[in-house]
Design a binder for this molecule. Sequence first.
Ligand code: MN
Length: 291
Amino acid sequence: MSTSKTKDNFEMRTVSRIVKGMPATDGAGVELTRVIGQPALTELDPFLLLDAFRSDKPEDYLAGFPSHPHRGFETVTYLLEGRMRHKDNAGHEGVIKPGGIQWMTAGKGIVHSEMPEQEDGMLEGFQLWVNLPADHKMDEPAYQEYAAEHIPIESRDAGVEVRVITGKTSRGTKGPVVQPLTDPLYLDVRVPAGEEFIEPLPSSHNSFVYVINGPIVSKDESGQAVQLNRDDLGILSDGNAISIHAGEHDAHFLLISGKPLNEPIARGGPFVMNSQAEIQQAFDDYRHGRF
Ligand code: MN
């Protein structure tokens, strides 16, 4: 019902739902758009949260995210413009720059700050939270950090460009970040006006597109063309491939998929575990300096 066969034996995924982000304030007063992790889309297993931030008004971002903890999942920061300095309680510190990715496995717990390393200009990027399975929530914290020059760009026909952060494209380009637990694909895709991007996606994985610049056009479940505009998230139906057209403007979007964990989710602020008891334990451990 929700897929259509094509001559290439693809069962094309369709856009089963469009989700609009919700304005939110987090950290010490950062204005952002919460796309996953809000009432309209509480999660898209294994993805727990997606925040998009884009502002050239320093008052929207200067306050940053001072010292705070995480436990039980991964935070993934991808910047398009601007600079963010991060620093944790184990002495790990650095600056994320345009085109750079930080894939942080919080595991059993870190305390860190994420602060803009700029006083004016544009800050644009995303933070995605990726869940960890129960038996890995208390793993040691770990980082996978790559500057733009270490993220491969796959150039396709007609000027289509794919930056591969994690996962492997159908043409063999492999991203530097590795996470076998959820086997994520994280692509930053640019499609010139009027052109098309087609890519297989594992049928067992949950997938979405997020439009940075659009509109983009795909199909809905009845086979009708559906347009997604800037800042729309499109949840993709089951199937094993996706086709996305750019409209009359050059399109830029994220295509993200991951293996669902199908485990209970208990949330408590910056902690995501499997039960409320584990959330209480996290708060208790944090209060008593056990991170
Ligand atoms: Mn954080």
